[in-house]
Design a protein around this ligand. Structure first.
Ligand code: ATP
Ligand code: MG
Length: 549
């Protein structure tokens, strides 16, 4: 017995029990007009996950019905991203446009049944005539004789008319309370080259007509989609009822994923790319799957996130920090530790000989001894992070301060004995003396050293660039965008910070592109796949956020 873990699965269990279907077959139908974003991952988890749970199949179908802005670049990227998440469609990869001949046949069938007609209203007139809640729509061509519609529709297909001159409309209900059912347009004329069909067609089916047909032709049983399609469901069902398709799929809707400070809309994301406001679809600030990947997210952490948020029928806003918590949890377990000093200041250990060099072993992961240790060199001149020093320390500052003692991680306890300034008042170098009995992290009797800070030898480190990213938008809930306003007015001017001259352990010079680390006491970082020598902060080490249980 399969137990339902959400309302979709409950429906499916009922359908199977009633014998409406004998197996489960779903599909994921992206429009190849952009790269997938994390909202699509929610749909993928539902489509592939539901099929898997019921021992069924899930197709991948490029919904390329609308010929505008589609591109094989997007098709390839979509496939790559889905595989990266760990889903596989096997040999069931399709294009919506492969069914254009069938769509046309079914449209002719509707005309012959008196259920569709060729209309001559211009788009403006169509708007004007659509009526309102108390007035039905007006459609002057609705009673055009069947023969005439058949002839005009064929000539539309043959390219005899200009764009906008005619449409094919379903004859349903001009007075319907659901405007989608007021004789919706099924086909329109468009002289646009299709990325797969070339110039074979100059009439294209509307999504609401093509989609149910595609589902039925592929033997889809459950067509799972986001909530905005709910009002289209009566039309979906109407098409399935009235054309002689070989199967009867059922559409079920779920709430879209919304994340705070994040816009999940391909159109908006594309405008960010095209206007140059971000550095491509895989800019690490983008909520695209390729952007998250470059940022250092793993496919598993994103799938895990989509599992944690669950499936519901009402819209809600997910806190972006719960996404960050997913990758933080994973990297905390798996990422080897390294030392990086993002804002270096020089420290000189006055009582340490200039020509001396010791090697200390630091653990690659404190909880996983099997991950081993690595040697780190200690010399008279070191770097520490500017944040770890305060000349006028606030209360409870346990890092380095004048006359204070602090542990250098895995090495000596040192005491700050002086600060040398540059002419502009900035710190040139800090002078310390080390307690040379305390090397290798050895404890010292009777002394309480509250702080431990990380460090690198000034003669044994590399320079690197480190990129710190934060939210692209300052608007917490993007669905609350004020009327007439636009997201571009809420771009966070501080969404990227570029730090040059950071000091890293020398072994990071050979970091594999995309490899992930915890920079101790700092955060999780990965080696940028695009720019060798640059590291990207995936997520900070901690934040106060506690996900609701
Ligand atoms: P966008 O508005 O970003 O362009 P879309 O819905 O037009 O998204 P499609 O390529 O048509 O994008 O989407 C493929 C599938 O992904 C659809 O079934 C859609 O319901 C689903 N989907 C898109 N965005 C989300 C989201 N934020 N949450 C859940 N599912 C989504
Ligand atoms: Mg769409």
């Amino acid at each position: 017995m399969i137990e339902a873990s959400n309302f979709i699965e409950e429906f499916i269990i009922e359908d199977l029990a009633e014998g409406k279907y004998t197996s489960v077959h779903t599909r994921f139908p992206p429009e190849p007009n952009g790269y997938l974003h994390i909202g699509h991952c929610k749909a993928l988890v539902i489509d592939f996950g539901t099929a898997k749970k019921f021992g069924g199949l899930c197709n991948l179908r490029m919904d390329d019905t609308n010929p505008a802005k589609e591109d094989t670049e997007y098709v390839d990227a979509i496939k790559e991203d889905i595989h990266w998440l760990g889903f596989d469609w096997g040999d069931r990869f399709f294009y919506g446009s492969d069914y254009f001949d069938k769509d046309y046949e079914y449209a002719v069938e509707l005309i012959k049944k008196g259920l569709a007609y060729v209309c001559e209203l211009t788009p403006d007139q169509m708007d004007e005539y659509r009526g309102d809640l108390t007035h039905p729509a007006v459609s002057p061509w609705r009673d055009r004789p069947i023969e005439e519609s058949l002839d005009l529709f064929e000539r539309m297909k043959n390219g005899e008319f200009p764009e906008g001159k005619y449409t094919l409309r379903a004859k349903i209900d001009l007075a319907s309370g659901n405007f989608v059912m007021r004789d919706p347009v099924l086909y329109r004329i468009k002289y646009v080259e299709h990325h797969r069909q070339g110039t074979k067609w100059c009439i294209f089916p509307m999504y609401d007509f093509a989609h149910p047909i595609q589902d039925a032709l592929e033997g889809i049983t459950h067509s799972l989609c986001s909530l905005e399609y709910e009002i289209h469901r009566p039309l979906y069902d109407w098409v399935i009822e009235n054309v002689s398709v070989p199967s009867k799929p059922r559409q079920i809707e779920f709430a879209r994923l919304n994340i705070s400070y994040t816009v999940l809309s391909k159109r908006f994301l594309r405008s960010m790319v095209e206007s140059g406001r971000v550095d491509g679809w895989d800019d690490p600030r983008m909520p695209t799957l390729c952007g998250l990947r470059r940022r250092g997210y793993t496919g598993a952490s994103i799938v895990d996130f989509c599992g944690r948020i669950g499936v519901s029928k009402t819209d809600s806003l997910v806190d972006i920090r719960s996404l960050e918590a997913c990758i933080r949890d994973e990297l905390n377990e798996t990422a080897p530790r390294r030392v990086a000093i993002l804002r270096p200041i020089k420290v000189i250990i006055d009582n340490y000989p200039e020509d001396k060099c010791e090697t200390f072993e630091l653990a690659n992961h404190p909880q996983h001894p099997e991950m081993g240790t690595r040697p780190v060199k200690f010399t008279r001149e070191l770097y520490i992070d500017a944040e770890d020093f305060s000349e006028v320390p606030p209360p409870k500052f346990f890092r380095m301060k004048p006359d204070g003692e602090v542990r250098l991680m895995g090495a000596y306890i040192v005491k700050c004995v002086g600060v040398v300034k540059n002419d502009d008042g900035s710190i040139k170098e800090i002078h310390c003396t080390a307690d040379l009995e305390t090397g290798n992290g050895n404890p010292v009797d009777g002394r309480k050293i509250k702080g431990t800070i990380h460090w690198l030898s000034a003669s044994d480190c590399i320079d690197a660039r480190v990129m710190l990213y934060s939210n692209l938008l300052t608007l917490e809930n993007p669905s609350k965008l004020p009327e007439g306003d636009k997201y571009e007015n809420y771009l966070n001017p501080e969404s990227v910070e570029c730090l040059d001259g950071c000091k890293l352990e020398p072994s990071l010079a050979d970091a594999e592109p995309g490899s992930k680390y915890q920079f101790v006491r700092t955060g999780y970082f990965c080696a940028d796949v695009r720019n060798p020598g640059t590291f990207i902060r995936t997520v900070t080490l901690k934040d106060g956020y506690k996900p609701e249980k």
